[in-house]
Write a protein that binds this ligand. Structure first.
Ligand code: GLY
Length: 310
């Protein structure tokens, strides 16, 4: 049986300032194009999601790779996970600071190790033995990231307390994690997510992105990549809930809508999520104000968040 190839990507949810919509759009469309070219050449969903996410890691506006948000100490700690749902191969990184493309480095783990996740300096040491070049942390920091941290630290002071992300999602503006899900002609589903985490986080904090079944998931039926405040996505186990609702409703769209609504009610959590299934369609939805996304299908179907608004 041959399947219609599909690729769906996201570049974060939250509130995106109007003046930046076009720049986010450009980044998303470029990443979709990059991933789609790989999909056409390889017919491999894992390679396609890696290529799209890598492109977004290199685009300074997204909160992943170059452009990652900073911890309260002015450092960068990135998380990523990539999953081949056809055979449950999983590779991910937690809290790395010197890896230019965490998603490709995660794929090195998926391909070479019996383990799924490595963290911090030990992860970087292992990656070096596999030929992954480490880069100075400064090369991953943009002026925008520095400015955002400065603003955050000033606001935090005037607020008189730590700004708990879950209580005040709009205060942090855009969340900005990036991700991709895809279905290839052989029916293989893959998912990839990469992030700098949340702005002003405590060093050592881990979000949902690398935790299988919460912000990233794929098996032989569905692939999911989420964006939003990781603590809430973990509390609700978002990807697993979407899988459950798909089994009940047989619709990616209905299931995603139900899960996002329930997440809001149960844990006061807001998110954006992309979902690809083999048999029950796909969806790109959010309970935040905005979600940057774009998709393409072999049957000619395309779409993105800016065209949707026209
Ligand atoms: N969703 C990304 C994070 O909270 O780290």
């Amino acid at each position: 049986m041959t399947f219609t190839q599909k690729l769906l990507i996201h570049g974060g949810a939250g509130t995106i300032p109007k003046e930046l919509h076009k720049d986010y759009h450009r980044g998303a469309i470029e990443a979709l194009k990059t991933g789609w070219e790989v999909m056409e050449h390889t017919s491999n969903s894992l390679s396609a999601v890696e290529a799209s996410v890598q492109a977004m890691e290199d685009y300074p506006l997204f909160n992943a790779g170059y452009g990652s948000v900073m911890t309260e100490k002015g450092t960068i700690e990135m998380d990523a996970l990539i999953v081949d749902g056809s055979n449950m191969r999983i590779g991910g990184l937690i809290g790395v600071s010197h890896v230019k493309n965490p998603i490709s480095a995660s794929k090195v783990i998926l391909e070479n190790l019996p383990h799924h996740l490595l963290f911090g300096l030990q992860a970087e040491e292992y990656l070096q033995t596999q030929g992954v070049e480490l880069v100075p942390q400064e090369t991953l920091i943009t002026q925008r990231s520095r400015d955002r941290l400065t603003k955050y630290l000033v606001e935090k002071k005037s607020y008189g307390d730590y700004i708990e992300p879950s209580k005040d999602p709009e205060r942090r503006g855009k969340y900005g994690t990036v991700g991709a899900v895809a279905l290839d002609s052989q029916g293989r589903l893959s998912a990839a997510t990469s992030t700098g985490g949340v702005l002003g986080k405590l060093p050592g904090r881990v979000g949902d992105t690398p935790l299988f079944g919460t912000g990233t998931y794929a098996d032989d039926e569905i692939a999911v990549s989420a964006t939003g405040i990781g603590e809430k996505i973990i509390e609700y186990v978002l990807a697993m809930k979407i899988k459950f609702y798909i089994s009940q409703t047989q619709s990616a769209e209905v299931a995603t809508k139900l899960a996002l609504e329930e997440m809001k009610n149960k844990v006061e959590g807001y998110a954006g999520v992309i979902v690809m299934t083999k048999d029950f369609g796909f969806s790109a939805m959010k309970s935040t104000k905005d979600l940057v996304y774009a998709f393409k299908s072999q049957d000619g179907d395309t779409g993105d968040f800016l065209s949707e608004k026209k």
